[in-house]
Design a protein around this ligand. Structure first.
Ligand SMILES: NC(=O)c1ccc[n+]([C@@H]2O[C@H](COP(=O)([O-])OP(=O)(O)OC[C@H]3O[C@@H](n4cnc5c(N)ncnc54)[C@H](OP(=O)(O)O)[C@@H]3O)[C@@H](O)[C@H]2O)c1
Length: 325
């Protein structure tokens, strides 16, 4: 990377915005996505809109079978129909699931037709301005970004392990750079004093740590875990969740497709097989901390693993138990 590139990246804004994508794109390997994903089954959550929809469309173009998961029937079916209309022969299926609903995640995973799963993309997410309770009573940011993905991963892990080179991807956010992992703040028992931006950044920080923990526990297998952040992409989620930011950055945001590029690359590129446990932006690994005071210690990381499993009702020893079977 040139000195100028490195200086521009340090500004954050000129890395996360569209100019950052266009600059980073110059070092992409052109052949990385010359791949035929026929027969590979990839689940994309939050596929009814924005980055998830763009990811599903790109994977359909690469001939994957894409399960497009959304929580709203009409929006999810419309998104799947749009992909079918745009991509001749697209193998996509609309799947109804509220990822924040733990029991529904387990039931949905159990009801999937037999067969291997080759990719699981935890993309569903939202930034909310008040406490919304999930069906099990968890604050929705925690439930949708962390607990649901954990429940889904655990439920689908046997099928992911059976597949060749299966990959799990967490769509995190650069917003997490501002936050230090503090497990006690993740569960908002009281509605008063709720700050949706902080709750979102905290959940994204937790996703990134969880990604590293899962990657380490499955490091002797072909199943890999990676996290990425998309920079700043112009999506309905940003319009709704951060209206002022959206107005101020008009014309400078990435397209949903540009935001989705690294998601697609992480799940599809054969050259990076075996990469695991990293955080990526624009097909390049990133530090997980930009500020020294956001570094968590080992005890806080262990606490996260234990606590999210307790909340999600998953045995914290599940990876070991699964691998010893
Ligand atoms: N855009 C950005 O600049 C940016 C930056 C950093 C990170 N991200 C992350 O990128 C991901 C995609 O966001 P986006 O910007 O594309 O926003 P978006 O357009 O609002 O898409 C979010 C998707 O997640 C779905 N979703 C939300 N809660 C769900 C739940 N409980 N169960 C199932 N689906 C659910 C939404 O469904 P509905 O259609 O029903 O709302 C929608 O399909 C999110 O994880 C977000 O945090 C985005």
């Amino acid at each position: 990377m040139s000195l100028l590139d490195s200086l521009l990246d340090r500004t954050v804004a000129l890395s996360f915005d569209r100019s950052g994508f266009l600059r980073h794109q110059r070092r992409f390997v052109a052949s990385d996505l010359d791949v035929d994903l026929s027969g590979r089954v990839i689940i994309v959550t939050g596929a009814s809109s924005g980055i998830g929809l763009a990811t599903a469309r790109a994977l359909a173009r690469l001939k994957a079978t894409v399960l497009m998961v959304g929580r709203d029937k009409a929006r999810t079916e419309a998104a799947a129909a749009a992909v079918r209309a745009e991509v001749p022969g697209a193998q996509v299926r609309a799947e109804l699931l509220d990822v924040a609903h733990l029991a529904a995640c387990r039931a949905w995973a159990a009801a999937l037709p037999e067969g291997e799963i080759h990719g699981l993309i935890h993309n569903a997410g939202a930034l909310v301005d008040r406490v919304i309770r999930s069906p099990e009573g968890f604050e929705s940011t925690l439930a949708c970004h962390v607990l649901g993905p954990l429940a889904l991963t655990e439920a689908l892990a046997p099928r992911l392990l059976r597949a060749q080179d299966a990959r799990v991807v967490f769509v995190a956010s650069g917003g997490m750079y501002s936050r230090r992992l503090d497990v006690d703040t993740l569960h908002h028992e009281r509605d008063k004093g709720f700050d949706g931006v902080k709750a979102y950044a905290d959940a994204k920080r937790a996703q990134v740590v969880l990604n590293e923990q899962l990657a380490a526990r499955f490091d002797a297998t072909g199943l890999t875990f990676n996290a990425m952040h998309p920079g700043w992409a112009d999506t309905p989620g940003v319009v709704k969740g951060l209206p002022t930011f959206h107005r101020l950055t008009e014309g400078r945001l990435r397209s949903p497709e540009e935001g989705a590029d690294t998601v697609v690359w992480l799940v599809a590129c054969p050259r990076i097989r075996g990469e695991r446990g990293k955080l990526w932006l624009d097909r390049a690994p990133q530090p997980t901390h930009l500020l020294p005071w956001t570094r968590e210690d080992e005890a806080e990381r262990d606490k996260l693993w234990a606590q999210v499993h307790a909340w999600a009702g998953v045995d914290p020893g599940w990876p070991r138990m699964l691998l010893n079977k």
